[in-house]
Design a binder for this molecule. Structure first.
Ligand code: ACO
Length: 432
């Protein structure tokens, strides 16, 4: 057997076949078993993709054992503290950090595209005032394909680039409009003179009755959180975008599918669930009770913001957020640490010393602390996952673009192990 081949032997009939081991620049390789069914008439079974690489990708690298996260090779710690969100968006989309002129051009283009078609307001107005903003975001982003369809050609690289930029530009406007709708305030239009994050704060918090100057600390905090959430390789929502896009669906529909997937509490919905959980715990004295609930297999309760499919170490994004939390809380509210932050730190300390969490390598993930910062910025809880979606749009469109330019791209079509009834004949209703 050649050293880069893996042999799979079927002990039942003694047959064996060789499959190539694909290796990347970093991380484990993967056996290419795409010919297994043709060779041996069997599928592989891996619910939840525990050990399945679904594609090649050059965007983001995670080493879950070491707690490493790289965007296009750059450590998240360096980008989070030194780059702007649109600089990171450019890096993710195009693979290299932009030159000054490229960044200026990219920023101007995105800001200019932040306006949404005025008729989209009719969609927003159709939602009940108490609709969850994630429901509004999902519906309105999906409807963008009905507005920007003139040049729609997913096989054209120029169209792909334009639509990627449109999504990065328009999702924050729709997100802020969803918030305004929920509080019954008029939608605020984006402003050309404001940077991306400042524009978002303006669209969220400005009203027509007074001048509004986005707070620099809040802008800095948002910039940081958006960078941390921008991409995370083949997570559930990104894989959803890829699967939807693999059929040739338009990028607006694909991103709407990604938003739907992100909403679940096991994924992006966890940031909202963490705050709900902290409020329910209420006091440090109640922490042991909730830890016991999380460990009880007969209780569906899980410690929200804890655990990750890939990280078996501290999530590097959670480490960064935890470090800046003190500073942001002090600077934004001027009141020092929030009692919920104190509670979260205590909960983390107790969980990290508990055998159950240690054995299973359950550490805080990015969502454990992000909601506390969003709260300090005045963002309501039901908007937390929407904030995540705004940032992750960059990752979704980058993966969609990468997939659509990959000659190996084929429609995603998993197989199954069928365990339903065997063939049987139809019976007339009187004989059943
Ligand atoms: N609280 C208590 N127990 C947990 C938790 C938790 N938060 N997370 C995992 N476990 C336990 C499981 O019960 C299981 O125990 P067992 O081996 O005794 O059966 C073991 O740890 C492994 O858990 P799985 O669910 O098999 O791990 P998986 O990789 O499928 O799930 C997930 C990862 C969904 C993130 C999970 O840890 C979880 O539900 N966490 C809480 C929700 C959350 O914070 N989600 C955000 C993820 S990050 C993101 O999407 C941005």
């Amino acid at each position: 057997m050649a050293s880069n081949m893996i042999t799979i032997t079927n002990n039942a009939d003694g047959s064996s076949h060789e499959y190539p081991l694909k290796t990347g620049t970093l991380g484990p390789g993967a056996v290419d078993i795409s010919a297994l069914y043709r060779d041996a008439g069997i599928f592989t079974y891996d619910p939840g993709f525990m050990a399945t690489a679904s594609c090649h990708s050059a965007i983001t690298y995670i080493d879950g054992e070491q707690g490493v996260l790289l965007y296009r090779g750059y450590p998240i710690e360096q980008l989070a503290t030194r780059a702007s969100f649109l600089e990171v968006a450019y890096l993710l989309l195009y693979g290299e950090l932009p030159q000054e002129r490229q960044l200026l051009h990219f920023e101007r283009d995105i800001i200019e595209h932040m306006m949404i078609n005025e008729n989209l307001k009719n969609f927003l107005n159709g939602f009940h005032y108490d609709a969850h903003p994630m429901a509004i975001l999902c519906g309105v982003v999906g409807s963008l394909s009905a507005f920007y369809h003139e040049a729609m050609d997913v096989n054209d690289p120029d169209y792909r680039d334009i639509s990627a930029r449109q999504l990065i530009a328009k999702v924050p406007t729709i997100a802020a409009a969803a918030y305004k709708h929920s509080v019954g305030e008029p939608i605020m239009y984006p402003r050309d003179e404001l940077r991306y994050c400042a524009n978002f704060l303006h669209m969220m918090f400005a009203t027509p009755r007074a001048d509004f100057k986005p707070d620099l600390i809040a802008e800095k905090a948002l910039n940081l959180l958006f960078i941390l959430h921008a991409d995370h390789e083949q997570n559930a929502s990104t894989s959803t975008v890829r699967l939807a896009g693999s059929s040739g669906a338009n990028p607006f529909a694909c991103v709407a599918a990604g938003i739907a997937s992100l909403w679940g509490p096991a994924h992006g919905g966890a940031n909202e669930a963490v705050l709900d959980m902290l409020l329910e715990i209420g006091d440090v004295a109640n922490v042991p009770k909730f830890i016991a609930k999380a460990k009880d297999k007969d209780d569906p309760f899980r410690l929200m913001g804890f655990g990750h499919r890939v990280y078996k170490n501290y999530d590097p994004r959670a480490k960064i957020i935890r470090e800046v939390c003190h500073q942001v809380l002090e600077e934004v509210s001027g009141a020092g640490d929030d009692p919920l932050f104190e509670l979260a730190m205590k909960l983390e300390e107790i969980a990290l010393n508990d055998e159950y969490f240690v054995e299973r390598k359950l550490y805080p993930n990015v969502d454990f602390y992000s909601g506390i910062i969003y709260s300090a910025l005045g963002v309501p809880r039901n908007m937390f996952t929407v904030m995540f979606a705004v940032a992750r749009t960059v990752g979704w469109v980058t993966h969609w673009t990468e997939m659509m330019s990959d000659p190996a791209n084929r429609i995603g079509r998993p197989r199954q192990v069928y365990n339903g009834p065997e063939r049987r004949d139809y019976l007339p209703i009187s004989k059943r």
